[in-house]
Write a protein of this length. Structure first.
Length: 455
């Protein structure tokens, strides 16, 4: 943060364990500033709440400005104190923040004020766009390199195997592979619709709660039961900000249902998952406390044995409606429909052949976690080193991981990864030069240099 605004003068309030600025209760607060050698005192008051945050009324001498609190804290008060900048700071050809200035412009902002701006080119992606002088001086670079904008090199449309999963294939051009937006998808197995975060779709594929084979039998049992007796439910209900999920939540009854497998009752020394019993006990206590604190009724079902009659007794001994013979027959039919998935054996065979989990997940439109879970269940899982060494072919420098290469070169990790996977030919360095990358192998440097013909 810059030192234009003296934040010590701003009123504070307690928010949990943190102290934050109390924008709402500001009323004629005297705040000192130092703007390019000009020192003085601003009179700051709360103005209004709005969609963009909080607006402040800032008075300096005979001038008044309505400004967002975020812009105020950044020191955007040049207009208020009478600063007039008629000249461009950057020349055509200048390289700043990994963007190259192509043309000097003047335009009006949303308030009708004349501002200085530039037509610039992103040195990493080659995209051309406009950027204001203030934003460049403040340190902003290319929104394309930062993956804040969707364009041809980072949109989901490049991932051809994902397009059949989308309800509307044109959505693939609206979202980047790193977007947090939700896209309506269709399960390729059962055709049920589900909203999936774009980033999760790219990394993990679709995880369908209805037909996925790695859903435990007790969970499939409860799911079939609730659907047969027409009880509305939410599967894998997130507990607020906690990284915990309840198996089922019944919103009409304010009832949470947890189905406890064997790992919740005893320590299985032969389990492939380390410390599963201890972790289950800790997780159970966290969920119980959350339900108590939020006045949610919690029902814990004994699912330690994956047998229909055992689970039916657990349900019939609870507060839930009894399972009649008619309900039982309908449930058994639904469970049978969900249990079989022919892909599991194909996935297992590919894994045994040494194909990577990423390749297999793309091939069958499942998550990487699903692939590794199948391998664990069949005892063939291999814990591979996730840190892949990469080499910059221009310099010959070997980095221990893509993340390290990104930190030391200033190039996005997605760009480096795309080159290593053959999705892009090169990345752009800070000075506009093309940089070539590959996964590191001891004997392939000379061949790669010859193939790529680096000058």
């Amino acid at each position: 943060m810059n030192n234009i605004i003296n934040v010590l003068d701003l009123p504070k309030r307690q928010f949990g364990n943190k102290e934050i600025i109390d924008w709402i209760n500001m009323n004629n607060v005297k705040v000192r500033f130092n703007y390019k050698g000009i020192k003085g005192v601003l009179n700051v008051s709360f103005y209004e709440r709005c969609k963009g945050g909080v607006k402040l009324k800032v008075v300096y001498k005979d001038k008044t400005q309505i400004i967002f609190n975020t812009n105020f804290i950044k020191g955007k008060i040049g207009v208020l104190i009478g600063e007039i900048s008629k000249n461009h700071k950057y020349e055509v050809g200048d390289i700043v923040n990994n963007i190259t200035v192509l043309e000097q412009l003047r335009r009006k902002d949303s308030r009708g004020h004349n501002i200085l701006s530039y037509k610039v080119k992103c040195n990493e992606t080659g995209k051309i766009f406009q950027q204001t002088q203030y934003n460049i001086a403040y340190g902003y670079g290319s929104p394309y390199a930062a993956e804040k904008k969707v364009w041809e090199d980072n949109w989901l449309h490049n991932e051809k195997h994902l397009i059949p999963l989308l309800k509307n294939p044109e959505d693939a051009k609206k979202y980047s592979i790193g977007s947090d937006a939700k896209i309506l998808c269709i399960c390729p197995n059962c055709n049920k619709e589900k909203h999936v975060i774009a980033r999760n779709l790219y990394f993990y594929g679709i995880s369908c709660p209805y037909c996925r084979p790695f859903l435990s039998y007790p969970e499939k049992f409860i799911m079939a039961y609730l659907e047969v007796v027409s009880i509305r439910y939410i599967h894998q209900f997130k507990l607020g900000e906690l990284r915990r999920y309840i198996d089922f939540y019944l919103p009409d009854d304010n009832l949470a249902i947890e189905v406890h497998g064997e790992q919740h009752y005893r320590d299985n020394q032969n389990s492939k998952w380390e410390n599963s019993y201890e972790k289950s006990i800790i997780s159970d206590e966290i969920k119980r406390k959350y339900c108590i604190d939020n006045q949610i009724n919690l029902l814990e079902i004994d699912g330690s044995k994956s047998y229909f009659n055992y689970l039916m007794k657990s349900v019939n001994d609870s507060i839930l409606p009894k399972i009649t013979t008619e309900i039982k027959l309908k449930m058994m039919s639904q469970i049978a429909d969900r249990r079989f998935n022919k892909n599991e054996f194909l996935i297992l065979n590919d894994y045994k052949l040494g194909l990577s989990s990423n390749y297999i997940s793309n091939k069958y439109n499942v998550s990487v976690k699903h692939v590794t879970n199948i391998a664990k269940r069949h005892g063939v899982y291999k814990n591979k080193n996730r840190h892949i060494k990469v080499k910059c072919l221009n310099t010959g420098i070997v980095y221990d991981s893509i993340a390290e290469a990104s930190r030391k070169t200033g190039i996005s990790s997605n760009g480096i990864s795309a080159v290593c996977l053959g999705k892009r030919k090169s990345t752009i360095g800070k000075n506009g030069e093309k940089l070539y990358w590959e996964k590191y192998k001891e004997s392939n440097y000379k061949k790669a240099i010859k193939d790529k013909k680096i000058n």
